[in-house]
Design a protein around this ligand. Structure first.
Ligand code: GCU
Length: 339
């Protein structure tokens, strides 16, 4: 069946590339959204809400089709398809945007947010974030909304309790300069690759582990091949829904309003699902997959990367404003939700 999926995938990509395939017989435009998660993942459920709302309000003009499971390629590839307008939207982690707008490097900083509350409040400050979301306009796409995918920690075949345990371990990171810098700063050997390659790379021993949220263990089955998940919580990196700018600009004001409302609703649904599923994922990983969750002392991990924020700020002035904006949320929630 892999051959069949590949075949279908190649067919759809070439169909998109050659013809655009953008409307069906009844004159409706097909809106295609690609993402990398499974159909039970909170993000897929959020996108179903997006589809429902757009079709409820503009169903005579648009039909929304969702392509999960990297069916149209890795996140990098899906961004290219969104840039050219072969598809209309895709959902990616912010590290994928760093090459288009380096302001997004800020989210790769280790221990940027000091509490979940600060993270959520900063991302929900839509007036401010909308300005950031325009920073990829030159590349031909714009962010519409964000999705919560929790916090990231290291997991591997062997137990990691202190930063010293990371020394020399090959750890997969997302494909961005700041992600590589982050893992190397912890003493690991950063190994950038696309999300879809991680399972096999751990299984075959090409890498020793990776870093991600708990759903990577269950939804993406990494818990089958890496049995220790260490809660060092070095990052909270959002995923974002990006849309082809030409398409967004082609919408009337009323239509744009509907798409924006649909995006906001999808975030609401996704976030509710996320908080439910993250608890379930931990249970499934522990009980069904035999994963051990290690509650590490976070302080030495923070200590190991204490200069990285300063270095990144010195190297990249574009992150300064957003960084300082985030600090106001950190200060506001200090002591109320710190790890
Ligand atoms: C998370 C995130 C994905 C991302 C992945 C990764 O699962 O939700 O968007 O691709 O991490 O590490 O690549």
């Amino acid at each position: 069946w892999i051959a069949l999926v590949l075949c279908l995938c190649m067919f759809s990509v070439s169909c998109l590339a050659l013809t655009g395939c953008s409307s069906v017989g009844d004159g409706k435009k097909i809106i295609r959204i690609a993402h990398s998660q499974s159909e039970t993942h909170p993000e897929h459920l959020g996108l179903l809400k997006f589809k429902e709302y757009v079709e409820e309000n503009l169903g005579d003009k648009y039909e929304v089709q969702i392509y999960p499971n990297e069916l149209l390629g890795s996140q990098k590839k899906a961004i290219e398809l969104t840039q050219t307008g072969a598809i209309d939207f895709t959902l990616v982690g912010t590290p994928n945007l760093e090459n288009f707008a380096d302001v997004y490097e800020v989210f790769s900083m280790p221990y940027l947010f000091t509490s979940e509350e600060a993270y959520h409040a900063a991302m929900m400050d839509t007036d401010y974030m909308d300005k950031i979301y325009e920073s990829t306009d030159e590349a031909g796409f714009r962010v519409l909304t964000w999705y919560d995918v929790g916090s990231r920690s290291f997991y591997a075949k062997k137990k990691i309790e202190t930063p010293a345990d990371l020394k020399g371990l090959k750890i997969r990171v997302q494909e961005s300069p700041a992600s590589i810098k982050m893992a190397n700063a912890f003493g690991a050997a950063a190994s950038p690759m696309s999300f879809g390659e991680v399972y096999t790379a751990i299984q075959q021993g090409v890498i020793d582990g990776a870093e991600n949220n708990e759903l990577a263990l269950t939804n993406n089955k990494h818990g089958e091949v890496a049995k220790y998940y260490s809660y060092n919580r070095h990052q909270m990196v959002p995923d974002v829904l990006v849309g082809n700018l030409k398409f967004l600009n082609s919408l009337s004001d009323d239509e744009m309003k509907v798409f924006k409302e649909a995006a906001a609703l999808s975030t609401e649904v996704e976030r509710e699902e996320w908080s439910k599923q993250v608890e379930q994922a931990k249970k499934i990983a522990q009980e069904d997959m035999g994963v051990t969750f290690v509650d590490v002392d976070v302080q030495p991990f923070k200590e190991a990367v204490k200069d990285v924020q300063k270095e990144m700020l010195a190297d990249n002035p574009d992150i300064k404003d957003l960084y300082e904006h985030i600090q106001t949320f950190n200060a506001k929630y200090e002591g109320k939700g710190d790890d």
